[in-house]
Design a protein around this ligand. Structure first.
Ligand code: NAD
Ligand code: ZN
Length: 360
């Protein structure tokens, strides 16, 4: 057997207020006056000078505000790349993503597509990227997805929801400043935070588990429990711990895989546009038979913060729509194999998934 050789983020800054160092970090990376830095920023920060005033724009540098209402699409990446090429004198010096998983994934994808020919959808898959990406920096403003550390960028294309998984995908630089997460609304904090918790459960309870993934997974799992159950943490401490939980949770799945909740949540997202965090919560709530202890803890945390989840979302779907969702979920074979082992097809049938989806 041959072991995978994974790249990691080579440079990280951690600390409250460390976002102030952004200009010093970028300065030596400027290629020349014609090659701008392009900042992709969640439009929730539009008009919020607390963030933007700290960015010193020079020459042709520019900020593009992007809505994260919908998850990234391959077509959206194509349009952004075209826009950047048309408005820049030279290939950019760097792409800086500031926001949650949505903006981080867009920044990764754009930096790849600036140096690789053709359409983004052709790179959805594993190791299809030929040329190194433009220098790219990730600055998370909400914690949980692990997108800041992962080797993928999850994109919805015309016929599949699948990441660009490649050695060129990880960020060249990450800035972890927990202060940037201070205004995340409670519901969203919970949904995205639970993405991390679910990463840990699916990684730790999966058949692909190994000591590398287990050590990171255990650490993230502990941190999630402290943040979401203990309730005695000071605000700043809780924000810092969740930020590191996200990081460790992401590191855990680098060398293992996610499982049932993610497979089924991809189906919900593809058909109904339900976002990753909340979609995972909707699914995970019904997965007692696969993850009994994890689901019990999840329900405790959900009750503690009075989170209500949408119900009966599949009730009015046609058989045809259900089939599409089931097909998407079943196509994620490594996730099922990790969750249930090589013989997963014996228990996970289209009928079984239909029964589960109809509970959600
Ligand atoms: P998100 O980026 O979609 O943002 C969720 C919401 O939180 C948005 O409304 C956003 O405006 C808001 N928000 C973000 N920061 C805020 C702040 N500081 N204050 C107030 N509001 C803020 O959320 P997410 O859950 O981080 O990301 C989900 C995306 O991440 C999905 O597209 C999913 O596919 C992707 N994902 C990627 C990976 C990966 O490894 N690449 C892993 C998991 C998920
Ligand atoms: Zn996830």
């Amino acid at each position: 057997m041959s072991y995978k050789n994974f790249p990691m983020v080579p440079r990280v800054i951690f600390g409250r207020g460390s976002f102030n160092q952004i200009n010093d970090v970028l300065a030596p990376k400027r290629l020349n006056a014609k090659a701008p830095f392009v900042f992709l920023i969640d439009d929730v920060f539009k008009g919020n000078s607390w963030i933007t005033s700290r960015i010193e724009l020079a020459y042709d540098d520019n900020i593009i505000f992007i809505s994260s209402k919908e998850e990234p699409k391959t077509e959206q990446v194509d349009k952004l790349v075209e826009h950047i090429i048309l408005t820049s004198k030279e290939r950019p010096s760097g792409i800086i993503g500031i926001g949650g998983g949505t903006l981080l994934d867009l920044a990764k994808a754009v930096s790849i597509m600036l140096t690789n020919e053709g359409e983004t959808k052709n790179y959805q898959g594993w190791d299809l990227v030929k040329n190194p990406a433009v220098y790219h920096v990730g600055i998370p403003t909400i914690s949980g997805t692990g997108a800041e550390v992962s080797r993928t960028t999850v994109l919805t294309g015309p016929d599949k929801k699948l990441g660009i998984n490649s050695d060129y995908t990880p960020f060249d630089q990450v800035i972890l400043d927990s202060e940037l997460t201070k205004d995340v609304p409670t519901n969203q904090w919970f949904y995205t935070g639970m993405d991390c918790f679910i990463h840990c459960v699916e990684s730790l309870k999966g058949t692909y588990i190994n000591t590398f993934s287990e050590t990171y997974g255990n650490m993230a799992f502990e941190l999630c429990k402290q943040v979401f159950l203990d309730g005695n943490l000071a605000k700043v401490e809780a924000q810092e711990k969740l930020m590191m939980a996200s990081w460790h949770g992401g590191m855990s799945i680098v060398y293992s895989q996610v499982g049932v909740a993610h497979a089924m949540s991809y189906g919900l997202s593809y058909l109904l546009g339900i976002k990753h965090g909340i979609g995972n919560c909707i699914v995970f709530y019904h997965l007692e038979e696969f993850y009994p202890e994890g689901v019990a803890l999840f329900k405790q945390m959900k009750d503690k913060y009075n989170i209500t989840l949408p119900q009966n979302i599949c009730e009015n779907l046609t058989d045809n729509e259900l089939d599409i969702m089931i097909k998407i979920a079943l196509s994620l074979e490594p996730l099922w194999e990790n969750a249930l082992g090589k013989n997963w097809k014996k228990t996970i049938t289209p009928d079984k998934l239909k029964e589960l989806y109809l509970k959600m």
